[in-house]
Design a protein. Sequence first.
Length: 150
Amino acid sequence: GGQQKGMRSGTQSPYLASAFALALEKATENIEENLKKMTSLRDEFASGLSGIGASILSPEDALPYVLNVSFPSFQSETMLHCLEEKEIYVSTVSACSSKTKAVSYVLSEMGIRREIAQNAVRFSFSRFNTREEMQTAITAIHEIYDKYKV
């Protein structure tokens, strides 16, 4: 056979197609409501970091599921490991560039100065996150900042 315009031969699985359709339906349930919830939680999270002088690097019109934050006086790897100790997991670069130690090319392309970008941490959120989890993370970041700030 030459299904998928000659890209791949083989019989299509109706079970997989049906499962994918159901997964897509579940993923998009209440999408507008979830978007509003996440925008509110992201904004609260960002506000909770203002007391330590953190810089929000994500554009205001970005989707609310990822927030890029730069912490003054903290290398991103330091913050990452301090948060890991508190079982809060973040990243410093995108998954596709995790093998390189360079500053995020996305932040560079956004015009973010190197000294700010090298302190950047990416927080990823989902519709399943709660306000309590956000507050726990904010509290942990404040504790880390108070303990280690220069």
